[in-house]
Design a protein around this ligand. Sequence first.
Ligand code: GLN
Length: 223
Amino acid sequence: DKLPGILADGKLTVATSADFAPYEFYEGEDIVGIDPEIVKAIGEKLKVDVEIKDMDFNNIIASIGSGRADIGAAGMTVDPKRLENVNFTDTYASSTQIFLIKKDSGIKSKDDLKDKTIGSQLGTVGNEIAEEEFDKVSAFAKYPDAVLALQNGKVDAILMDKTSAEKFLAANDDLEIMEADYESEDYAFAIGKEEDEAKEIINKAIKELQDDGTIEEIVKKYK
Ligand code: GLN
């Protein structure tokens, strides 16, 4: 049987932003991580090829709208604001926002950040919250540039997802995480608004990969 919509050409083009370990990052020339592996497992199930396209996070949703990509797989939060432009598959993971700070910053609580500059990645939930809650916000296209700005004192904290912040910590011993009381966020794949049939097929594959333990195994591998 012919697959519907974006799946019909036998190829799933996946937009990501490979600066977000453990979900997507470069290992040499290859983009690896939880998202690429789950998407490849979905591709194998549906017998479609998977092509990963790296871009700035802020361009992912537009790339789905323009047809440059079929889905977005980038630790994307099911953010109601995004539903105007894309739909989301069922969720496969979750995380929460934290502040990445310098160990010697003396920052102990959100109150200490009041007059400080908050770094964030363009187009993310972290950026959205920072813009709502703080006067001085600096947005970067890529996380490594935000982390460099933190280390250089150009920003005082980065508001970002905890799972990825933990990987930046592991690679930079001058940094630490300050927890905050933000709600847990669900990750899902973004997909075009007109792709309900393809979405249901992908959701079924996600469910099978959850039920047989594949997704859990992939997550454990990259923890
Ligand atoms: N989960 C966050 C969001 O969807 C951050 C994702 C990311 O930076 N890759 O906005």
